[in-house]
Design a protein around this ligand. Structure first.
Ligand code: ATP
Ligand code: MG
Length: 578
């Protein structure tokens, strides 16, 4: 008799549960082969849509496509050695061909704990490979040593009955996620499994979570704007499609709000948004999804959620999973916006699993490859060349600082990887200046290239005016007597700052931004009370939309602003009554 399992269980790995007829056939087969009654345990493995794998003890019956092809190849080789007509021989061989128990590497768990398992006997397992434990729990190989491999688990080991001695099987597959159109509008976990209770998602295909970033030749310059709808950002730190712009600031400074507003602003703009929540409270993610739903933004958004309650491996995997989903659309020529909220927590998750795997800690106890961890993630955002379909993936990673310290390890790493940062400051936030964008420390290295001509022209010297204002404000704080020019500059600056205050969840339209900037630039605001500057501009936009609708349409369509248009807006500004 063949070597037999001790627990009398045969594990059937397949994409869907066997029908009762199939189950009967399996049981008959097992009885014939192993003599006595064996229990058949079904384990779902979604990637095996074209076959199954039956494991009993150390025997594995492989009926997956690759294994069948491999066996067919072998038998054809044998046929070639025999004389006679080849075709009938092939036919005869195909008819009575049965899968054989083939030698596969089966490992055993040595130790398990804290979401990490060490496994012996899997000598040829590779980094990032998915392993399946008897009982169905999955893990990913994260460390390779001479005697064993270290593997992070995607679930609770004790729930799944994984203990020392449990059998482990290789899949030969790198960790990945299912991707497809149907994921739009859904909330999924880091493994691509829906967590919103709306049923299964039909995937188009399975993509590796990690894949190489597009090379230089495959990329096109970042030129097209991705409007955030936030005046302070679009006017001074414009973001282009394919860019990586960091949102950085202390806790509770409105980082998530900027990302959410940007997602809301993509409505009807043919951009697919992916929001990856890493290590946040489930309640925050739920309220965010609620906001997106209420504003109709879930129609074009995927939420990938690995909350603080999820294991470190899932938190580590989530951004890669989200990125793989984004790449699927990017390669189809679509525009994608992906938000990683936030990468500080991602680094912490990676640190905890690295330390558990016994890696040497480096600066701030992070493992040495934490820079590479984030660079290989963010490098995958790109604007592809026409030849590659012209799609794009814009990344908005979020990083949390401690007491505004941008020179800590993780913030400096990510600042140097990205193409600019929006720096949010607590002091500004608490003084009521929200979004609390620090004009001096924020930058977009793509800048004007990614602005529409209209916004660029209308914004004019806004950034310079604000910089001057901030400097002057400090100097004149205690001075009583000021000359007229300084007074005028201060008065103008105050109104600009007021104008840049923008309530949450209310992104501005493109023409709205242009009108606001023209009004500010023409000093039309300087005669208004500072507190009323925003109301003034809002009324002006309203007036233009009502009485100058062709003007608004023209600005949006041509993305240009002529001198006549500008004069028309300034003319309208004179008619605003507050
Ligand atoms: P955390 O560090 O907890 O992730 P965060 O930096 O992501 O916080 P948010 O959650 O976006 O910050 O915002 C913090 C608070 O500030 C929220 O209560 C939000 O409603 C408020 N807020 C954010 N932006 C604005 C805004 N533009 N106007 C008014 N309130 C705002
Ligand atoms: Mg947040």
């Amino acid at each position: 008799m063949t070597d037999k399992t001790t627990d009398n269980k045969a594990y059937l790995y397949s994409a869907s549960a066997p029908t009762s007829e199939q189950e009967g056939r399996f049981l008959a087969f097992l009885r014939k082969k192993y003599g006595e009654e064996t229990e058949l345990v079904f384990v779902e493995e979604r990637e095996l849509s074209d076959g199954f794998r039956l494991q009993i003890g150390n025997d594995v019956f492989n009926w997956t496509r690759e294994a069948r092809l491999e066996q067919l190849k072998e038998s054809l080789k044998n046929l070639a050695n025999r004389d006679g007509e080849l075709i009938p021989l092939i036919r005869e061989n195909l008819h009575d061909w049965t899968p054989k128990a083939c030698a596969e590497q089966i490992g055993r768990v040595l130790t398990v704990g804290d979401g990490i398992a060490t496994v012996s006997g899997l000598d040829s397992a590779f980094y990032g490979e998915i392993l399946i434990f008897a009982g169905g729990l999955r893990g990913m190989v994260q460390s390779l040593t001479e005697k064993c491999v270290g593997c992070v688990l995607f679930g609770d080991a004790s729930d799944a009955g994984v203990a020392a001695g449990t059998l482990v099987r290789r899949t030969g597959r790198i960790s990945g996620v299912p991707v497809g159109e149907e994921f739009i509008g859904r909330v999924v976990n880091a493994l691509g499994e829906p967590v919103d209770g709306k049923g299964a998602v039909a995937a188009d295909k399975y993509r590796p979570a990690e894949s190489p970033a597009p090379g230089i030749v495959d990329r096109a310059p970042v030129k097209r704007p991705l409007q955030t709808g936030i005046l302070a950002i679009d006017s001074m730190f414009a973001i282009g499609k394919g860019q990586r712009e960091l949102i950085i600031g202390d806790r509770q400074t409105g980082k998530t709000s900027i990302a959410v507003d940007t997602i809301l602003n993509q409505k009807n703009k043919n951009v697919i948004c992916i929001y990856v929540a890493i290590g946040q409270k489930s309640s925050s993610v739920a309220s965010l999804v609620h906001t997106l739903e209420k504003k109709g933004a879930m129609d074009y958004t995927i939420v990938v959620s690995a909350t603080a309650g999820d294991s470190a491996p899932l938190q580590y995997l989530a951004p890669y999973a989200g990125c793989a989903m984004g790449e699927y659309f990017m390669e189809k020529g679509r525009d994608v916006l992906i938000v990683y909220d936030d990468l500080s927590k991602h680094a912490v998750a990676y640190r905890s699993l690295s330390l558990l795997l016994g890696r040497a800690p480096g600066r701030e106890a992070y493992p040495g490859d934490v820079f590479y961890l984030h660079s290989r993630l963010l490098e995958r955002s790109a604007h592809l060349s026409e030849k590659r379909g012209g799609g794009s993936m814009t990344a908005l990673p979020v990083v949390e600082t401690q007491a505004g310290d941008v020179s800590a390890y993780i913030p400096t790493n990510i600042i140097s990887i990205t193409d600019g940062q929006i720096f949010l400051e607590s002091d500004l936030f608490y003084s009521g200046q929200r979004p609390a964008v620090n004009v001096g420390l924020s930058v977009s290295r793509v800048g004007g290239d990614a602005q529409t001509k209209a916004v660029k022209y209308a914004a004019g010297t806004l950034r310079l005016d604000l910089a001057q204002y901030r400097e002057m404000e400090v100097f004149t704080q205690f001075a009583g007597d000021l000359d007229e020019t300084t007074k005028a500059q201060l008065c103008h600056g105050q109104r600009l700052m007021r104008l840049l205050r923008q309530p949450q969840n209310r992104p501005m339209s493109h023409h709205g931004e242009v009108i606001a900037l023209v009004a500010a630039g023409s000093k039309a605001l300087d005669g208004v009370e500072p507190e009323k500057s925003r109301d003034f501009v809002m009324s002006l936009i309203d007036l233009c939309e009502r009485e100058h609708s062709e003007l608004c349409l023209r600005i949006d369509e041509t993305e240009r602003l002529t001198d006549e248009d500008k004069a028309e807006i300034i003319g309208a500004a004179a008619r605003v009554i507050l």
